[in-house]
Design a binder for this molecule. Structure first.
Ligand code: TRP
Length: 340
């Protein structure tokens, strides 16, 4: 199948945190698997321009970019196959964002969930100005995301539920541009929300998320991993009493990694009254066995940022090869082409 006939799958990872088990199960694992499909050309990028919206700590942003890149590589992303790059290396993206901003209705952005939530917070806090503390970055966030997607004519965009609206906005903006400039400049992207992919629970039983401070970092040291698994909230049932796996965070985390047979076997042990200490040891041993090889690769990669840099540069080169051609065409479309 030729390059152009492949389905284009694209997704961005905002670089503000340290990857945790929930990110792995919910996003990284399915993305790496999808990139192995010969009928797919995948584009995965570090959404580091997006990171600046939420985070003005340069050290944190820089660290997170390196950690996230190292994580994807350690988990086996094949970068000969997937195009893996940093958003900020593709200077054509903010350029496209401007062209899109000039056709995007402000009213559309007024309806964005993230912006509305920020205004609602202001109202709740009793602030006179509903826009207090809201930057143009936050307001225009969906236009930047549309530029990410439309630049590479992505067909499918795997995202979490909270991002569906942004894909719809990208479709809206694409349609408006095509209509105004009378051409099929952009493909309409489609959001892909995988119902099968579980939302992993964190230490306290709520969704595993950096904002709840309840995560298990993917590449914690063995000791730290053990400590965190021991912290997973369980109930007060004694050893010997049967336990319910379906309402149990420990079991949910285990089954996100284990095979069906392995999960079924732990389920039986719950019914037979396994004690929480033993169950936690079992889960820790299992996670540790599965994470120790990628953890070693991760640690080695973190020691060699030049290697990661070279991989990302190669990805940027591949992405820009296409982005420069697309931008030439778009510049001409809007009346910014060369004179000769
Ligand atoms: N906004 C997305 C998030 O927070 C990350 C992202 C940025 C993205 N650009 C994208 C996702 C383009 C998909 C496509 O999860």
């Amino acid at each position: 199948m030729s390059q152009t006939a492949k389905t284009r799958v694209l997704t961005g990872i905002t670089t503000t945190g340290t990857p945790h088990l929930g990110n792995y199960v919910g996003a990284i694992k399915p993305a790496i698997e999808a990139s192995q499909d010969p009928n797919v050309q995948s584009f995965y990028f570090l959404a580091d321009f997006h990171a600046l919206i939420k985070c003005q700590e340069p050290k944190r942003v820089q660290e997170s970019r390196l950690e996230i890149a190292a994580t994807w590589l350690a988990l086996g992303l094949d970068t000969d196959n997937a195009i893996f790059y940093r958003q900020s290396d593709i200077v054509e993206i903010p350029e496209l964002m401007w062209l899109l901003s000039c056709v995007c209705a402000k009213g559309l952005m007024n309806r964005a969930h993230a912006y509305k939530a920020a205004m609602a917070d202001n109202e709740e806090a009793g602030n006179q100005d509903p826009d207090k503390g809201i930057t143009m970055g936050l307001f225009g966030y969906p236009v930047l995301m549309a530029a990410d997607i439309l630049m590479f004519n992505a067909n499918k965009v795997p995202v979490g539920r909270d991002q569906i609206q942004h894909i719809e906005m990208a479709r809206d903006i694409a349609g408006r541009f095509n209509h105004l400039f009378k051409g099929q400049y952009f493909t309409q992207p489609e959001a892909v929300v995988d119902e099968k992919v579980e939302v992993l629970k964190g230490l306290d039983g709520r969704k595993m998320s950096k904002s709840y401070n309840n995560t298990i970092p993917l590449f914690s040291s063995e000791k730290k991993l053990q400590k965190l698994v021991r912290k997973i909230k369980t109930n007060s049932l004694e050893p010997g009493e049967p336990k319910d796996p379906d309402s149990c965070t420990l079991f949910q985390i285990y089954s996100a990694f284990a095979s069906n047979e392995e999960a079924a076997s732990l389920r039986e042990q719950y019914a037979a009254g396994i004690g929480w200490g033993d169950a936690k040891n079992h889960v820790f041993e299992y996670l540790n066995a599965h994470l120790s090889a990628p953890r070693e690769r991760y640690n080695a990669l973190m020691e060699d940022p030049a290697h990661i840099e070279a991989i990302l540069q190669k990805g940027a080169e591949r992405a820009r090869e296409e982005a420069t051609i697309t931008m030439d065409r778009l510049r001409s479309a809007v009346g910014l082409g060369r004179f000769v």
